[in-house]
Design a protein around this ligand. Structure first.
Ligand code: GDP
Length: 356
């Protein structure tokens, strides 16, 4: 919704996390920002393997303008904003949980249950329109007995079922067969995307009944909730030096900016894991899909490494910390030689051998 703190949080997000030097696409456009994924493991590795530069892995955030009731029917530039949502891999839905008479609420009061329902309904209505028009396109062919069209119609009808009750497709996706999922995935339905809630809570702390409501609703959907105070995050972002930020966090009794949690949760929500490469030139964190095999990870570094992949030398993060160096891990027998079937684990230190 408008006025819930999306831009405040987005601006703090992209300003607090000053992107690593040498990273070419920091500000992509005013509404898109690349932020480093905070990972204390990378700093720990850099202490063991001194290097010229330390490069975190990055994640892109997009600030999408607020929807209003009726957006799915084109109300308030609705369709345009909905199409922006279509382009992202996951949604962070910001919900207003802070009371502040100075900040107008579009519906006149702070009520996360009503707010979530408005947005969920708009998104579901938009998906329903997409699914319904697809149904009417394939129905005729399906009825004439065409096998592919019949499978398609079945998948579309399965998706329409929750949407008719203004519920997301996300919830039933896992219950469908692989074939149906393959049909629905390219449709890029908004309610099929992974989602987490960002509860924008008050800077005055204390028990927040609004937050409890969001937690309850999220639990029903199995979604994560990240409580963040936009006002505090904006203050942290406005501080110039690392020292000032540390002092401010300490005074607020916080161990890290709330945004760090948002970035980490987002990374996990997308089904992403981190692997590391270390060396005298660069200690670096990389992102890869959970479940990816070694050559796919190698391809993140260079396509030649994927094409000419021979093997990977792998040390689990904890083993590396225990050993203290690659040589010690080798002697201790924790350095493993893995082939192209190896499924990369979160935290793996990897060294790829390849030939092209
Ligand atoms: P957007 O329309 O969702 O992008 O909302 P904005 O980020 O523009 O915020 C709307 C208003 O709410 C602005 O006046 C912000 O300063 C204010 N605001 C955002 N977060 C907080 C918060 O945590 N506490 C308070 N009191 N005000 C906030």
């Amino acid at each position: 919704l408008p006025n819930v703190g999306k831009s405040t949080i987005f601006n703090a997000l992209t300003r607090t996390s000053v992107p690593a030097a040498n990273y070419p696409f920091c500000t992509i456009d005013p509404n898109v920002g690349a932020v480093p994924v905070p990972d204390s493991r990378l700093a720990a590795l850099a202490r063991l393997v001194p290097t010229e530069r330390v490069v975190p892995t990055m994640m892109e955030f997009v600030d999408i303008a607020g929807l209003v009731k009726g957006a799915s029917e084109g109300e308030g530039l609705g369709n345009q904003f909905l199409s922006h949502i279509q382009q992202v891999d996951a949604v962070a839905h910001v919900v207003r949980c802070f009371e502040d008479d100075q900040v107008v609420h579009v519906s006149g009061s702070v009520d996360p249950r009503r707010d979530l329902e408005i947005i969920a309904t708009e998104l579901a209505l938009r998906d329903l329109a997409v699914v319904s028009s697809a149904i009417s396109r394939v129905e005729k062919l399906a009825n004439s007995g065409d096998k592919d069209s019949r499978a398609m119609l079945e998948a579309l009808r399965a998706a329409a079922e929750p949407l008719n009750d203004a519920r997301p497709v996300r919830g039933i996706l896992g219950t469908l067969g692989a074939a149906a999922q393959d049909i629905l995935r390219p449709m890029n339905l908004l309610t099929a995307k992974p989602l987490l809630y960002v509860a924008n809570v008050s800077e005055h702390g204390g028990d927040n009944p609004h937050l409890a409501v969001v937690r309850g609703l999220a639990a029903e959907e199995g979604a994560a909730v990240v409580p963040i105070c936009g006002a505090i995050e904006a203050q942290i972002a406005a501080l110039e030096s690392e020292d000032e930020r540390r002092e401010f966090l300490q005074a607020e009794g916080l161990s890290e900016p709330g945004l760090n949690r948002l970035i980490r949760e987002g990374h996990a929500l997308l089904g992403l894991i981190t692997f590391f490469t270390v060396g005298p030139k660069e200690d670096r964190a990389w992102t890869v899909r959970r479940g990816a095999a070694a050559p796919e990870a190698a391809g993140k570094i260079h396509s030649d490494m994927a094409r000419g992949f021979i093997r990977a030398e792998v040390i689990a993060y904890d083993d590396f910390i225990t050993a203290g160096s690659e040589a010690a891990a080798r002697t201790q027998g924790t350095l493993r030689i893995e082939g192209k079937e190896y499924v990369v684990q979160d935290g793996d230190l990897m060294h790829f051998r390849f030939s092209v």
